[in-house]
Design a protein around this ligand. Structure first.
Ligand SMILES: Cc1cc2nc3c(=O)[nH]c(=O)nc-3n(C[C@H](O)[C@H](O)[C@H](O)COP(=O)(O)OP(=O)(O)OC[C@H]3O[C@@H](n4cnc5c(N)ncnc54)[C@H](O)[C@@H]3O)c2cc1C
Length: 432
């Protein structure tokens, strides 16, 4: 007699969802992996796409290509909008509901504006490939527009870049915008001096990279300063509008605002009518099962799980990957009738953050590293973590080229400096 196959649905193909699917490779199950995009994105290198060091294809890989050989997985591209836990069905925009026996929610996190949702229209965030390409267009476009201006004040406003939030993403972005202006673009313009661009990093706390030991935070501050970034600590942004922002008691006129200040889990807790934990996340038990729902699991940034210290585990790729792999193994064991799976334990492999060329910090097992050694470690770790061999080679070659030439290979703009142009419209304009 053959047993009918269980149907396992995984929502989200980020670090957590992909690890869960791959850990289920030998499971006697039909696995449906749903994502709103057609790719697995390596978010830690997104800032390099945003600052023209890498092209989008270097930091993302088509999901179907990754899972081509895993015949028990079906990939569906679709936007999930609801989970009906009573009838065990997933709601997807413009498609039939997808039923499940077991569900893994791995939809990650989004940026939060601390109740000021209207600020989103005046600022950029860095979370998806579209965001990164949008930031690249805004950065390069600012220099292109400035080149054709004669008024010094207008040029100054166009070449002012403000990053809000001094965590790893804000620090990476600020350091790399400064390098783009002072090294890569420095000799390419005739009317403006790109190196005169102002890059300002606003952090409401009293240190950048506040989660690192204070020695490394101080190193990050001085490394940013040496790149020409104005680091403003204890500076809260209180307004953002179409012309600029207010940071502390100062008004800064600019349209180049990059928000890297707060995150919130994607709204999966609401989909299931659950009381959200901190930052809107789904509370899970030590086996990553959603509290009160034994057939639903949540992993990664969308989940809130207490670590060994009792504090929620951090929003890191390593946490998502380990939880995803754990749930995949737990479900494989459960399908074989083994119910006594040990609880999840996070293995903290340390944290790294990069500031710029040969400038990084690393905190691993109580050991703190900074400067070129940490940067080398950061580069090696990130190369190894890329999901496919093609990306590793492409990223490695790009980095080598950038190292020797100070250049950035992905500087093409696909939108006009004043906004997007539909090529049919533009050609039509010329005809009249
Ligand atoms: C710019 C940046 C830099 C980072 N750098 C680092 C770093 O250096 N080191 C580190 O450890 N961590 C880093 N992180 C954090 C790390 O990327 C996250 O912790 C990790 O991606 C979480 O994995 P996840 O699987 O939970 O979610 P994600 O990787 O975000 O994946 C979520 C997936 O769900 C999909 N999805 C979301 N909503 C829906 C929906 N409604 N329907 C269908 N699909 C949906 C998304 O398309 C996405 O593919 C960085 C994050 C960012 C944004």
């Amino acid at each position: 007699m053959t047993m009918s196959k269980a149907r396992i649905v995984i929502i989200g193909c980020g670090f957590g969802g992909l690890a869960a699917a791959q850990a289920l490779r030998s499971a006697h199950a039909d696995i449906i992996l749903i994502d709103r995009t057609n790719h697995h994105l390596f978010q830690p290198l997104l800032y390099q796409v945003a600052t023209a060091a890498l092209s989008p294809a270097d930091s993302a890989t088509a999901t179907r290509a990754i899972l081509r050989r895993q015949s028990n997985v079906t990939v569906l591209m679709g936007e999930v909008t609801g989970i009906d836990t009573m009838n065990r069905r997933i709601e997807i925009v413009g498609a039939d509901d997808v039923p499940y026996d077991l569900l893994v929610v791995a939809t990650g996190a989004a940026y939060s504006y601390f109740g000021h949702g209207d600020w989103a229209q005046f600022s950029h965030v860095l979370k998806t490939l579209e965001d990164a390409v949008g930031i690249r267009g805004a950065l390069l476009g600012a220099f292109e527009r400035a080149e054709s201006q004669t008024d010094a004040e207008t040029v100054g406003r166009l070449l002012t870049f403000v990053v809000v939030g001094g965590g790893p993403t804000g620090v990476e972005l600020a350091g790399n915008i400064a390098e783009l202006a002072r090294s890569t673009l420095a000799r390419d313009f005739r009317n403006i001096n790109p190196a005169s661009a102002r890059v300002i990093l606003c952090e409401s706390g009293n240190a950048v990279l506040g989660e690192f030991p204070s020695r490394l935070s101080r190193y990050a501050s001085s490394a940013l300063a040496s790149l020409g970034v104005e680091v403003r600590l204890n500076t809260t942004v209180t307004t953002i509008d179409a012309q600029g922002l207010t940071a502390g008691d100062q008004r800064i006129e600019t349209r180049n605002i990059f928000w890297a200040a707060g995150t919130t889990a994607r709204p999966a807790a609401q989909w299931m009518n659950l009381q959200p934990a901190q930052h809107g996340a789904i509370s899970v038990d030590p086996r990553c099962a959603v509290i009160g729902l034994t057939d639903v699991f949540a992993v990664g940034d969308v989940a809130s799980q207490a670590g060994a210290s009792g504090q929620p585990l951090p929003g890191l790729a390593a946490v998502a990957k380990q939880q995803g792999a754990y749930v995949g193994k737990l479900l494989s064991a459960r399908l074989k009738g083994k119910d006594n799976f040990p609880p999840f334990r996070y293995r903290d492999l340390g944290t790294l953050a990069v500031i710029g060329r040969a400038r990084a910090v690393a905190h691993l097992g109580g050991v703190s590293l900074s400067g070129a050694a940490a940067w080398l470690l950061w580069s090696l770790v990130h190369l190894m973590l890329l999901v496919d061999f093609r990306s590793r080679i492409a990223v490695y070659l790009n980095w080598m080229w950038s190292w020797f030439t100070y250049g950035r290979g992905a500087r093409l703009m696909t939108t006009a400096p004043h906004g997007s142009i539909n090529s049919a419209e533009r050609d039509d304009d010329k005809a009249h």
